[in-house]
Design a binder for this molecule. Structure first.
Ligand code: NDP
Length: 286
C-alpha cells in the first residue's frame, strides 16, 4: 500500500512569502507605501513569545514593517484598549494582531472587538467573521485560509466533496467549515459531543482536525485516499510536538496528509502576511 503524500506547508508558505515580497516591493515603488503590522503580546506565555517572534521574522522576510509591543501580564483592560486605539489611528500600521491567549483578567472578546475591522490582520473581528458568514469575505482568518490553500495544493475537487471538520472554535473550526461550504463541499462540523465520530470522519474526502487532542484521529477514522489536514499543535510531556492526527498510522491510509510541525503552522503566518499586505493596499486605495 502506498503511503500518503505529505503536504509541504513549509514550502508552500515560503513560496507565498516570496510572492508577497514582490507585492510589497511593487507597493513601495508605485505608491510609496510600506505595509506595517503591530504584534501585541501581553504577558510571558512562552508559546506566545515564540509565535510572535516567528511572525516578526516573517515580516522582515516579506519587507513588512513590524512593531512588537510587549506589555506586562499585569496590564489592565483600559491600558490594552488605549494601546489598540492608538494603533487603530497610526498610519504606519495597517494590520494589528493581538496574540492569544490573553492573561486571565483581560476580556479577550472586548479586546478583539476594539481592533478596527480594516486593520484586523487575524480576521477575528465579528464584523469580518460576519462578512464571511454572509458570503462576501473581507479579511479571512489566517489558519482557515491557510488550510484551504493546503487542500487546494492537492488538486482535489471540492465541489460536492464530503468535508468533515473536527473542532468548532471561532478561530479555526467554524470559519474553516464556512470556507469549505463556500467552495460547495458538503460540510459536517464535529465537536466534543458528536456521536460516532469515527463513522462521521470515515465519510470524509477532506478531513480537518482542529481539536487540541493529541492523536485523536486514528487510521480507522480515515477513508482510504482522503486529504487529511492536521491543525493541532500539542506539546507532549517529553517536549515533542504532535498533532491531532496519529501521523504514522494515518499516513498508511490517507492520500494526502500535513505534518506537524511544517504543515498548517507556516501557512497561518503566511496568511497573516497576506492580510497585512492586503490591508495596506486597501488603505492606499482610499
Ligand atoms: P479550541 O480548544 O478552541 O477548540 C477545540 C475544539 O475541538 C472544540 O470545538 C471542541 O469541542 C473540539 N474537541 C475537543 N475534544 C474533542 C473530541 N474528543 N472529539 C471531537 N471534538 C473535540 O481549539 P482551537 O480551535 O483554538 O485549536 C485547535 C488546535 O489547533 C490546538 O491544538 C491549537 O494549538 C491548534 N492551532 C494551530 C494553529 C496553527 O497555526 N497551526 C492555529 C490555531 C490553533 P467543543 O466545542 O464541544 O468543546
Amino acid at each position: 500500500m502506498t503511503q500518503a503524500q505529505i503536504i509541504d506547508g513549509k514550502g508552500i508558505a515560503a513560496r507565498l512569502r516570496s510572492a508577497l515580497r514582490q507585492e510589497v516591493q511593487a507597493l513601495q515603488r508605485e505608491q510609496g507605501l510600506t505595509p506595517g503590522l503591530a504584534a501585541v503580546l501581553v504577558g510571558e506565555n512562552p508559546a506566545s513569545q515564540i509565535y510572535v517572534r516567528m511572525k516578526v521574522k516573517a515580516c522582515k522576510e516579506v519587507g513588512i514593517y513590524s512593531r512588537q509591543v510587549t506589555l506586562p501580564a499585569a496590564t489592565s483592560q483600559e491600558q490594552l484598549l488605549a494601546l489598540i486605539a492608538e494603533l487603530n489611528h497610526d498610519p504606519q500600521i495597517h494590520g494589528i494582531l493581538v496574540q492569544l491567549p490573553l492573561p486571565a483578567g483581560l476580556d479577550e472578546r472586548a479586546v478583539l472587538e476594539s481592533v478596527r475591522p480594516a486593520k484586523d490582520a487575524d480576521g477575528f473581528h465579528p464584523e469580518n467573521l460576519g462578512y464571511l458568514l454572509a458570503g462576501y469575505p473581507q479579511v479571512l482568518p489566517c489558519t482557515p485560509a491557510g488550510i484551504l490553500k493546503l487542500i487546494d495544493s492537492t488538486g482535489i475537487e471540492l465541489v460536492g466533496a464530503q468535508a468533515v471538520v473536527v473542532g468548532r472554535s471561532l478561530i479555526v473550526g467554524k470559519p474553516t467549515a464556512l470556507l469549505l461550504l463556500s467552495r460547495h463541499a458538503t460540510v459536517t462540523l464535529c465537536h466534543s459531543r458528536t456521536r460516532d465520530l469515527e463513522q462521521v470522519c470515515r465519510r470524509a474526502d477532506v478531513l480537518v482536525a482542529a481539536t487540541g487532542r493529541p492523536r485523536l484521529i486514528t487510521a480507522e477514522m480515515v477513508q482510504p485516499g482522503a486529504v487529511v489536514i492536521d491543525v493541532g499543535v500539542n506539546r507532549m510531556p517529553d517536549r515533542s510536538l504532535v498533532g491531532d492526527v496519529d501521523f504514522e498510522a494515518v499516513r498508511q491510509v490517507a492520500g494526502y496528509l500535513t505534518p506537524v510541525p511544517g504543515g498548517v503552522g507556516p501557512m497561518t503566518i503566511a496568511m497573516l502576511m497576506q492580510n497585512t499586505v492586503a490591508a495596506a493596499r486597501r488603505s492606499g486605495a482610499k
